[in-house]
Design a protein around this ligand. Structure first.
Ligand code: PLP
Length: 296
């Protein structure tokens, strides 16, 4: 397994102080050595944001949509805006430094910094991806779990930060442990008013006839970069696409369904709440081939 790569950004935002006025824009560090201050608000409060980007044969995929979403999350948390040129440069430097591999996972992290200081903390971490061939080809078992909020949460309680990609993912991890207790691999969250949302780290896409459908992001879900790529691909091969509210019944009666995300890509759902489902092997294969072949 090739060594992972860590790049620390000296000035992750032009709206805030650098870590060190004399240091270069980014520096490579040993990821096995401690690098983050124990008083960093990302560590002590989960107060920060991140992106996870797939890298295929050295190409960062959907890089600009990921950077745009990173900036959007920063706005939602009132963090200093990330300097996207600095982040892009650190990302490309990290990829350059990593041994070539077919698939890698790159994380960008921006925190509010050390409590009481005025410099945010930012880093890029890159490692070879786990092997997702089984999830892509054979599918995953999924359970629906109540997220505890109505579909209007983003409008009625924006401070809950639903739809931002924050470092506070302990709830998402707890949901995955609950799925494991129920004999499943993954989760689809539902609202208290009867709609399906997204996975803890993925977007729901389903097929009804010749149409692919995903739930609206104003229900407090993350705008998925993979879902956007899949919809572009679907339209290019003559499938219709739609964004609309979906109920658990729409999901249960769909012709096929996937949880889609960067790195794992499209994982077809082969079991929903204990009930076996057919997977659309041909379309899944085409979608994943398309996702892996993306040049931008
Ligand atoms: N929804 C949530 C909550 C996520 O954390 C993620 C990604 O990690 C996604 C959806 C899928 O987004 P993307 O396709 O951009 O990876």
């Amino acid at each position: 397994m090739p060594a992972p790569v860590l790049m620390l950004l000296n000035r992750p935002s032009l709206d805030a102080d650098p870590l060190d006025a004399a240091a270069p824009p980014h520096a490579s560090l040993d990821p096995r050595s401690p690098s983050v201050n124990v008083l960093d608000l990302g560590v002590t409060r989960g107060d920060g944001i991140f992106e996870t980007i797939s890298v295929a044969s050295g190409r960062p995929q959907a890089l600009e949509p990921h950077l745009a979403r990173f900036a959007r999350s920063a706005t939602m948390l009132e963090l200093p805006a990330p300097d996207l040129d600095a982040w892009r440069a650190a990302i490309l430097a990290a990829i350059d430094q990593h041994d070539p591999v077919p698939e890698a996972m790159l994380k960008t992290v921006l925190t509010r910094g050390v409590e009481g200081a005025s410099a945010p903390t930012g880093w890029v971490y890159l490692e070879q991806s786990a092997d997702f061939r089984a999830a892509r080809a054979e599918g995953i078992r999924v359970v629906t779990l109540d997220r505890g909020y109505p579909s209007t949460v983003q409008q009625s309680a924006p401070w809950l930060l639903q739809g931002a990609k924050t470092l506070s993912y302990a709830v998402n991890r707890a949901a995955l442990r609950e799925a494991a207790r129920r004999g499943a691999d993954d989760v689809i969250f539902t609202t208290t008013d009867g709609y399906v949302l997204e996975g803890p780290t993925s977007t729901l896409v389903l097929r009804a006839g010749r149409e692919l459908v995903t739930p609206p992001t104003d229900f407090g879900i993350l705008p998925g970069t993979t879902q956007a790529s899949i919809f572009e691909y679907a339209e290019s091969v003559g499938l219709a696409t739609a964004v609309k509210p979906l109920t658990p019944r729409d999901l249960a009666t769909s012709d096929a369904a996937w949880l889609v995300s960067s790195v794992r890509h499209a994982a077809p759902i082969r079991e929903l709440d204990g009930v076996a489902r057919d997977i659309d092997t041909a379309l899944t294969g085409d979608i994943n081939a398309h996702l892996l072949a993306r040049v931008t």
